[in-house]
Design a protein around this ligand. Structure first.
Ligand code: HSE
Length: 269
């Protein structure tokens, strides 16, 4: 029997919510798998020329993580139909991991909870924000309660849509994380804490003024700007075109704008 799952692209951070906020976008990778004698992996669409198709493939690794968890010893034939651009800050890696865990769960009959899938995905990804939005959808807030990663889905108030200014260049997240300092000035931390609160409240309440004030960050964007020379110009272009605010999508280099819109609008340009 072939199992099929669909996982959304995600935008992490949203400015001041570094490693904590995530937003699911209406752009999806589709993963299929069926039991087989030996592992085989096909990748079609985005990343088909760069993604690995051996045992290092992220979908297959995540499937094996579930198999190990429940003591299932099978292999699988896996097919990835990718629409999420790779390495641009739209959660392609998180989608592969979450898709693999869900397929692994289905093939092994493991019946893991979404919370457990989120925990495993965080372990594999190394940070929780993209995988939270990929697992739970909508707008998600993450934290660590001491025993592991936790996430809460917030239903966005109506009236916002994401606009993505997709970068042609890829920027590995590991490289973008290395650009960050060990510590930040206390004033910048306080500034970003206030903005993060405003942003979450604004999204939950559908308040454009709060979202606009909240989409400003001093924790990571200033340090990543030197890796992304066109970040400031792209942000300005989105704001000039009427965006409520614009921030790096995840670790970049893509820039995400939030615009006032009715309905479920998603634009990629
Ligand atoms: N929070 C992560 C980072 C997201 O900014 O490094 C990476 O997609």
């Amino acid at each position: 029997m072939t199992h099929r799952v669909r996982v959304p692209a995600t935008s992490a951070n949203l400015g001041p919510g570094y490693d904590a906020f995530g937003l699911a976008l209406a752009l999806y990778d589709v993963f299929e798998a069926e039991p087989a004698e030996l592992w085989s992996i096909e990748v079609w669409g985005e990343g088909e020329d760069v993604l690995l198709t051996d045992e290092r493939n992220e979908v297959a690794r995540a499937m094996r993580r579930v198999f190990d968890e429940v003591g299932y010893s099978g292999a699988a034939s896996v097919r990835c139909e990718n629409a999420i651009p790779v390495g641009r800050g739209l959660g392609s890696s998180a989608a592969a991991i979450v898709g693999g865990l869900m397929l692994g769960d289905l093939l092994a009959g493991a019946e893991l909870t979404r919370e457990r899938i989120f925990e495993l995905a965080t372990e594999l990804e190394g940070h929780p924000d993209n995988v939270a939005a990929a697992v739970f959808g909508g707008f998600t807030l993450c934290w660590n309660d001491g025993s592991g990663a936790r996430a809460e889905r917030i239903e966005p108030g109506s009236g916002f849509a994401a606009v993505i200014a997709l970068s042609d260049e890829a920027l590995p997240t590991a490289e973008a994380r290395l650009a960050l300092p060990e510590s930040v000035p206390h004033g910048d931390a306080a500034f970003s804490a206030g903005r993060a609160g405003l942003l979450a409240a604004g999204i939950a309440l559908g308040r454009r003024d709060l979202v606009s004030a909240g989409l400003v960050d001093r924790l990571h964007e200033p340090y990543r700007a030197r890796l992304i020379p066109d970040m400031a110009a792209t942000r300005e272009a989105l704001l000039s075109a009427g965006a409520t605010g614009a921030v790096l999508s995840g670790a970049g280099p893509t820039v995400l704008g939030l615009v006032v819109a009715e309905g479920d609008v998603f634009t990629l340009f």
